[in-house]
Design a protein around this ligand. Structure first.
Ligand code: BES
Ligand code: ZN
Length: 595
């Protein structure tokens, strides 16, 4: 027996899920899902089959012909959840498990009407990556176990259910005043890519293969913001080969969605904070789209190999941006990524194993060590491979990589072995051992610069000497230029400096959350309390962890602002997504020990 994933009880030697039928009945009153899952194995099996569950009530386990399957639900482990151990009778190929979710389901975010744009109907969405699918249905919740599925989601009349899958229709549900939506996912996916949303959701076609979903109040601005996504698909196909998922749809989530985007196949989930009104944040879509290849088609075997998903995807994201907006634009993104990477490395410290690309994860909750390291260090590693081999040759290697590993989940070592065969000697030349298995950032990391970028940087660094951007100049800056400038300014500004900056450029009233939060972070750190009302506004409307984390961190660094932060957190904590709530509670803890 061998369990191969540090976050799952899955043992593929016991049996392999081939496809599942999922039947979910959503009950907003009890905030529970009544469900059943029919698990079809690749071959008839017998004996022990371990499944992952978390916070599920298991009602029954039966074979296809109705015989009870002996089962045992273990105590909850904080990282793994509860192992559901089945003892399969001889020649069992199909198991049907009935269950109910509970309020401990870490994948589900149940929103009251007031938490939606329409404030009329409740809303439910799932977020399964990395190890939360098990809190919706019992499964082999490890990326190595790929399965196809069909699904039925029954919801109260007036609600729409969408799923990261192909829609196969809808019909009245068994219970009065319900509707059942049905779906099919014909490609084998890892469990973390199962995803759905239920609410007052409408759609608009943006092209013959791209559709945007959102609440009615948001659909116009969403349709505009993402109106030019279709050509990105062709650009990505140029790098990776054919798009395998048929449609590329997107859904704009309510504000509590804890990520910028999530690459659920055929239906990317997006934070509403991308709706800046000027299409300036669509790099997130380029990123999630690129996951259609790097992540969804070729998947990390476990979270120890997460950089395979994210490093390649950030590289692809910037290749798409380069094709659309030019090399200088892509270089700006890379330069800002480098700044963020250095901050993340410093945060972890030089001895931390979480600065390695291959990350040891035994006994570690992946949500607790989520950082930009696998993204940005991974990006630099892939870029170094590209630069060393030359773009044309490297693209050919990437094409073969996709071809060879499509619809599989691989370890870092499998990837490296492939690279060694595809481009002999390349890995040695760049010092692969240090890159992949050691901490920090190797000295041969690629550096991104351009004259425009250097000019911005020296403009910011001259702030204390009275150097200022011309107002016409700054008004024309892109989001990335603003971010570069703000991050290069003195870490602590004078109050007068803050007043001047905000007065000249109206940063506090920016509707672009990237710029707004970068500014507010700097302002709070500098002790500029004028911005506190705006900070409160952000913390009470936005649920994206990327924005909550720095703001709470800076507030809590200042003893006198602790009560302010505490009051907001007390008010909001039940409305934040579990992930954001846990992350922020962690910041409270860390800073109270320090102070
Ligand atoms: N797959 C990730 C989000 C994720 C990672 C969820 C790990 C749960 C666990 C997604 O593709 C992502 O990276 N989103 C970024 C977008 C950015 C890098 C452009 C985000 O949410 O900020
Ligand atoms: Zn990603």
């Amino acid at each position: 027996m061998s369990q191969q994933d540090p976050h799952s009880y899955t043992d593929l030697e016991q049996g392999i899920t081939e496809h599942i039928n999922l039947d979910l009945v959503v009950d907003f009153d009890s905030k529970r899902i009544q469900g059943s899952v029919r698990i079809h194995l690749t071959e008839p099996s017998e004996g022990i089959l371990d499944l992952d569950t978390r916070a599920l009530e298991i009602l029954s386990c039966r074979t296809a012909d109705g015989h009870e399957v002996p089962s045992e639900l273990a105590d909850n482990d904080p990282i793994f959840g509860s192992r559901l151990r089945l003892n399969l009778p001889e020649k069992t190929q199909e198991i049907i498990i009935e269950f109910e979710t509970t309020d401990g389901s870490t994948a589900l975010d149940w929103l009251a009407p007031e938490q939606t744009a329409g404030r009329r109907l409740p809303y439910l969405y799932s977020q399964c990556q990395p190890h939360h699918a098990r809190s919706i249905f019992p499964c082999q919740d490890s990326p190595r176990a790929r399965f196809r599925f069909t699904a039925a989601i029954t919801v109260p009349e007036g609600h729409t259910a969408v799923m990261a899958a192909a829609s196969t229709g809808s019909h009245p549900g068994k219970k009065a005043n319900t509707t059942t939506f049905t779906f099919e996912m014909p490609q084998p996916i890892p469990s973390y890519l199962t995803a759905f949303a239920v609410g007052d959701i409408v759609s608009r076609d943006l092209s013959d293969r791209v559709r945007i979903w959102a609440e009615p109040e948001v659909i116009d601005s969403a349709a505009w913001e993402f109106g030019e996504v279709d050509p990105m698909i062709g650009l990505a196909e140029g790098i990776f080969g054919a798009y395998e998922w048929n449609r590329y749809d997107m859904i704009v989530m309510p504000f509590s969605f804890p990520y910028g985007g999530m690459e659920n196949p055929r239906l990317t989930f997006l934070t509403p904070t991308l709706l800046a009104g000027d299409r300036s944040l669509v790099n997130v879509v380029a990123h999630e789209l690129a996951h259609s290849w790097t992540g969804n088609l070729v998947t990390n075997a476990t979270m120890e190999d997460f950089w395979i998903n994210e490093g390649f995807t950030v590289w692809a994201e910037r290749r798409i941006l380069e094709a659309l907006e030019g090399t200088d634009f892509a270089a700006l993104h890379a330069a800002n990524g480098r700044t963020d990477l250095e901050a993340a490395l410093a945060d972890f410290g030089p001895e931390s194993p979480y600065t390695q690309l291959k990350t040891p994860m035994k006994g570690v909750d992946p949500d607790e060590v989520y950082s930009l390291v696998p993204y940005e260090k991974g990006f630099l590693f892939v870029t170094l491979l590209e630069q060393t081999l030359g773009r044309k040759q490297f693209d050919a290697v990437v094409g073969r990589y996709m071809e060879k590993f499509r619809f599989t989940s691989i370890t870092t070592e499998e990837l490296l072995q492939f690279l060694e065969e595809a481009a002999p000697g390349l890995l040695d030349r760049i010092g692969v051992q240090e890159w992949v298995y050691q901490k920090g950032l190797p000295a041969n990391a690629p550096v991104f610069t351009s004259p425009a970028l250097e000019q911005l940087r020296s403009l910011a660094e001259g702030w204390d000497r009275g150097v200022r951007p011309g107002s016409d100049q700054a008004q024309a800056w892109s989001t990335e230029e603003w971010l570069l400038y703000l991050k290069a300014l003195p870490k602590i500004m004078t109050i007068k400096g803050c007043e001047e900056l905000d007065g000249a450029f109206g940063l506090s009233s920016s509707g672009n959350y990237e710029i707004l939060v970068a500014w507010l972070t700097l302002a709070v750190r500098s002790g500029y309390e004028e911005v506190l009302p705006r900070v409160r506004e952000v913390l009470t409307t936005v649920g994206r962890a990327k924005f909550l984390r720095p703001l709470y961190t800076e507030l809590l660094e200042r003893e006198e602002l602790r009560p302010f932060a505490q009051e907001i957190f007390d008010e909001m904590k039940d409305r934040y997504h579990t992930l954001s709530r846990v992350a922020i509670a962690g910041i409270f803890e860390k800073t109270s020990i320090k102070g």
